[in-house]
Design a protein around this ligand. Structure first.
Ligand code: NAD
Ligand code: IPM
Ligand code: MN
Length: 334
């Protein structure tokens, strides 16, 4: 089974190397690596070279690091956006857990036990709408079809059925027409196909506050592309660090793209102190959602939890451990 690796830039290669070590600790896999992001711009003149895309199409799954450097801030991201679009990965699952009390900036009595998944629409909205410059300014447009909304909402409802049976749909229906369509469509799908799932609607500003003041009220949160991008970084406060947030990008065909929620972190790249847990947990999601190997996925998640409990933590979590030390501890805990 071939797993394509797209290490990318900054801390991307550092954390992908950790995830590969952990994968090798639970099974035998073939890996194929391709340049991606600013690294690929330097080497091939484009952030997503044709061979990388072809490799991703034929792979069982793709594990990516992150893209972006100080010299190349916007164009590397375009390679990632193109990859998501080309592979039809419209649903981005971003699980968030309060792994351990006292890890983040929020009070333990507020976050203890929080366990939610943000399902972010990943191939539509402002990210792909017509954009440009005019003589006076610039514009981006947000458009969604009912079909685009329904397919990602279905993913959220199904996920809720396997969890605590509750979906929170987040929009800005008091202002945006796309949000009014979003709300109507999600409501209709819920009534028709998922009557057993409890559905609530929240406006995005209110949801942003509730995420950090009452995170336990959430089970599955479904929202459009840009809101999901912003809310998921905010939700890192619940876990304690962006370095603890993995993601799975899925479509209608098997496979998928698995990557940390965080970026290339140029401020700590090369120091050997990046938190590898988000990448390691992304590898666990790869095992679960692309290779259907849930026991191995659960074993990795348990080993990460044990490592955190044992106090082996990188500086973003207030610890002094290095990337390599955390990786070794996770491997030992398997
Ligand atoms: P970032 O996520 O890279 O970093 C934000 C902060 O979190 C930094 O202080 C960083 O040191 C810290 N951080 C992130 N991941 C960490 C980890 N694993 N361990 C410890 N600390 C960690 O966001 P940014 O600084 O806004 O963006 C940097 C570059 O990354 C930009 O070029 C941006 O476009 C890109 N980016 C890429 C992706 C992706 O490839 N999926 C995601 C987000 C940002
Ligand atoms: C993410 C990132 C990307 C996004 C950027 C790098 C294009 O922030 O994966 O969350 O906005 O989707
Ligand atoms: Mn983001």
């Amino acid at each position: 089974m071939t797993i394509v690796l797209l290490p990318g830039d900054g801390i991307g290669p550092e954390v992908v190397a950790s995830a590969v070590e952990v994968l090798a600790g639970v099974g035998e896999f073939d890996f194929a690596e391709f340049p991606f992001g600013a690294d690929a711009i330097e080497r091939c003149g484009t952030p997503l070279p044709a061979e990388a895309l072809t490799g991703c199409r034929s792979a069982e799954a793709v594990l990516a690091g992150a893209v972006g450097t100080a010299a190349h801030t916007t164009t590397p991201g375009s390679g990632l956006l193109r990859l998501r679009a080309e592979l039809g990965l419209y649903a981005n699952l971003r699980p968030v857990r309060a792994w351990l009390e006292g890890l983040g900036p929020l009070r333990p009595d507020v976050v203890a036990g929080a366990d939610l998944v943000i399902v972010r629409e990943l191939t539509g909205g402002l990210y792909v709408g017509a954009a440009g410059r005019s003589a006076e300014g610039a514009y981006d447009t947000c458009a969604y079809t009912a079909g685009e909304i329904e397919r990602v909402a279905r993913v959220a409802f199904r996920l809720a059925q396997e969890r605590r049976g509750r979906v929170t749909s987040v929009d800005k229906a008091n202002v945006l027409e796309t949000s009014r369509l979003w709300r109507e469509t999600v409501t209709g799908l819920g009534q028709d196909k998922f009557p057993g799932v409890e559905l609530e609607h929240l406006l995005v500003d209110s949801a942003a506050l509730a995420l950090v003041s009452d995170p336990r009220r959430f089970d599955v949160v479904v929202t459009e592309n840009l809101f999901g991008d912003i809310l998921s970084d905010e939700a890192a406060a619940i876990a304690g660090s962006l370095g603890l947030l993995p993601s799975a990008s899925l479509g209608d065909t098997a496979g998928g793209l698995f990557e940390p929620v965080h970026g290339s972190a140029p401020d700590i790249a090369g120091l050997g102190i990046a938190n590898p847990c988000a990448a390691i947990l992304s590898a666990a999601l790869l095992l679960r959602y692309a290779l259907y190997r849930d026991p191995e996925a659960a074993a990795i998640e348990a080993a990460v939890a044990r490592t955190l409990r044992d106090g082996i933590r990188t500086p973003d979590l207030g610890g002094t451990a290095t990337t390599a030390e955390v990786t070794r501890a996770v491997l030992a805990g398997l």
